[in-house]
Write a protein that binds this ligand. Structure first.
Ligand SMILES: CCCCCCCCCCCCCCCC(=O)SCCNC(=O)CCNC(=O)[C@H](O)C(C)(C)COP(=O)(O)OP(=O)(O)OC[C@H]1O[C@@H](n2cnc3c(N)ncnc32)[C@H](O)[C@@H]1OP(=O)(O)O
Ligand SMILES: NC(=O)C1=CN([C@@H]2O[C@H](COP(=O)(O)OP(=O)(O)OC[C@H]3O[C@@H](n4cnc5c(N)ncnc54)[C@H](OP(=O)(O)O)[C@@H]3O)[C@@H](O)[C@H]2O)C=CC1
Length: 515
């Protein structure tokens, strides 16, 4: 019998960020494995003109929830959306809703965050730190609260090489910073941001570290645990392989590679791609929720959800797996044939950027202009180059995370739970996973039909022939140019032609002789 699934039965669970990538998988798994849970309160903001109810309907009508709906037919009654904007005072929650939450909530999963790397410090602070602080305050008034699970990232301390399951203090106290940004002008905040984040690459990792400090300082009287996943990718097994719904992490670049936009990447040869499947992260999270509620550890435990130390995958290997998959099942209407050069050298990367990224985009835009259409490729390419440069920090470094707590937890699960809430990354086959990831990107993100693969292959063949033709014409033009100007080039040309002629005559003569 599953102890973890039984634990969530009859519980009222509050989830922030339920409409996000990980939040959806969390809601789905809870409903699938504990259909007898009482209610899941989800804090949602209206978005793109959709009401809260419309957002919930859209969420549960996606393929991800198909199995959960079979197991839990009254799924709509189980999910209660609560209006909330985490950037507003008191999280924008109405008095009545607040009362209900304070009276009934047993478990909180705090998933919401801004994961953008380029967010201004003020906004990132608002969501990743102040909202966490306010949620903790709210949690401290909940009479039935058993556990508070906070989602952080394994990269919150990416300024270190070895990262332990502890909270590392930042040089500035979160409270001081929160007070300061209240009266500081945006331009001044922008100016001091590089000094504050020190040797971290962006405001995301910095504010996630501050968020952990806030949890440590203000969650002491609560029963809290922190999950630190590394790079979260598509699902491995549950509810089916390859599910993914946004462009974050590797997904965007997998598309870019499949469409033939991304043709070169700077990465150190031994740099580890610390990817973890989303279902594995959610399984660990649910196990941590159960363990923390039942065992009530004396201090806040941190759980690293990483793959590098147990089952490492290199970025270059992942790249080759991606290319191999798109060879078998190409994306539709690719810009160029998928191919990639991995380089460690900054100058080589600049060379490849010019040759493989910028030049084809500029040429294609020229062609679009000639045919009376609006050029768009250079703009797209610049966006992709910006994204690559933002991810460069992560594809060129490796970290080591300790996993004592995660391993301790694994050893405490019974056989049934080890299967139902599997978070053992050692059993993962990266080749198979990457293949499913790419197919998932094709089906669920790009909504491409698998029946279109023969046409996509034809398109790639056409691109290959165009490429050969283009190169031949280019070679002939350049050669013609040299022949016209240089006696030496002419001599080489005549020498090569006469050599070819002699070989041909020789083979023809010898084959006539044999007959
Ligand atoms: C050969 C294969 C090897 C694979 C090799 C992979 C290496 C991959 C390393 C990952 C390493 C992460 C390690 C941290 C792990 C965490 O803990 S963080 C959680 C993950 N967070 C992220 O990944 C967020 C990263 N993204 C961002 O911060 C922002 O999107 C960027 C990169 C700054 C771009 O900002 P922007 O220029 O304002 O663009 P934005 O409005 O976001 O989107 C503009 C367009 O680009 C598209 N786009 C957005 N993001 C992406 C993306 N990542 N890729 C492509 N297109 C994108 C959007 O769809 C949008 O298109 P339109 O809708 O306009 O048509
Ligand atoms: N994805 C990854 O690779 C990793 C993620 N993490 C952490 O996991 C957690 C979940 O990440 P992920 O699911 O990928 O993120 P997403 O960007 O997919 O989801 C973010 C969620 O936060 C909600 N949210 C954002 N701003 C607000 C707001 N002002 N008010 C209310 N809700 C808001 C979003 O709601 P809406 O739908 O309305 O936008 C969405 O539900 C985060 O804490 C992140 O730091 C950690 C490591 C890696």
């Amino acid at each position: 019998m599953s102890v973890i699934a039984a634990f969530y039965g009859g519980k009222s669970i509050l989830i922030t960020g339920a409409t996000g990538f990980m939040g959806k998988v969390l809601v789905e798994k809870l409903l699938r494995t504990s259909p007898d849970l009482k209610v899941i309160y989800i804090l949602v903001r209206p978005k793109s003109g959709q009401s809260l109810q419309q957002r919930v309907s859209q969420m549960i009508n996606c393929k991800l929830f198909e199995k959960a709906k079979e197991i839990c037919p009254n799924i709509l009654e189980k999910i209660k959306p609560i209006y909330s904007d985490l950037t507003k005072p008191d999280l924008g929650i109405s008095k009545e809703d607040l009362e209900e939450l304070l009276c009934h909530t047993n478990i909180i999963f705090h998933c919401a965050a801004t994961v953008r790397f380029d967010d201004p410090l003020r906004h990132a602070l608002q969501l990743n730190v102040i909202a966490t602080q306010q949620l903790l305050l709210m949690a401290s008034q909940m009479s039935k609260l058993e556990v508070f699970i906070h989602f952080s990232t394994a990269y919150s301390n990416c300024n270190l090489k070895y990262i332990d399951e502890v909270i590392y203090p930042c040089s500035v106290e979160p409270k001081q910073l929160i007070d300061s940004v209240e009266w500081l002008d945006d331009s001044i905040i922008e100016e001091i941001t590089p000094k504050l984040i020190e040797n971290r690459p962006n405001t995301y990792t910095y504010t996630k570290a501050l968020g952990e400090m806030v949890v440590f300082q203000e969650g002491r009287n609560l029963n809290v645990a922190i999950i630190r996943p590394s790079i979260v990718g598509a699902s491995w097994q549950e509810p089916f392989p390859g599910w993914v719904d946004n462009l974050n992490g590797p997904s965007g670049l997998i598309i870019a590679a499949g469409k033939g936009f991304l043709r070169a990447l700077k990465t150190t040869p031994r740099a580890v791609a610390d990817v973890v499947p989303v279902d594995l992260v959610i399984n660990l999270t649910l196990a941590v929720g159960w363990h923390t509620a039942v065992h009530r550890p004396k201090s806040i435990l941190i759980y690293h959800c990483t793959s590098g130390s147990l089952n490492p995958l290199l970025w270059t290997d992942m790249g080759f797996h991606v290319l191999a998959t798109f060879e078998k099942a190409p994306l539709e209407k690719a810009f160029r044939r998928p191919n990639a050069d991995f380089t460690t050298n900054k100058f080589a990367m600049q060379f490849w950027n010019t040759l493989s990224h910028v030049a084809p985009a500029v040429m294609y835009d020229f062609y679009l202009r000639l045919t009376g259409r609006k050029p768009r490729m250079a703009k797209l390419m610049n966006r992709m180059l910006k994204t690559i440069s933002m991810l460069d920090y992560f594809t060129n470094r490796s970290w080591e995370w300790s996993t004592y707590n995660t391993e301790m937890l694994m050893s405490q699960l019974n056989n049934e739970d080890q299967k139902l809430f599997n978070f053992d990354v050692r059993h993962l086959n990266w080749l198979e996973y990457t293949e499913n990831y790419c197919l998932g990107v094709k089906k669920y993100l790009l909504k491409e039909d698998m029946a279109g693969i023969p046409e996509a292959k034809r398109h790639l063949r056409m691109l290959r022939n165009t490429y050969y033709l283009f190169n031949t014409v280019l070679f002939l033009i350049i050669w013609r140019f040299f022949i016209a100007r240089s006696q030496m080039a002419r001599n080489i040309w005549y020498f090569v032609v006469s050599l070819c002629y002699k070989f041909l005559s020789y083979f023809r003569a010898s084959s006539t002789f044999r007959h």
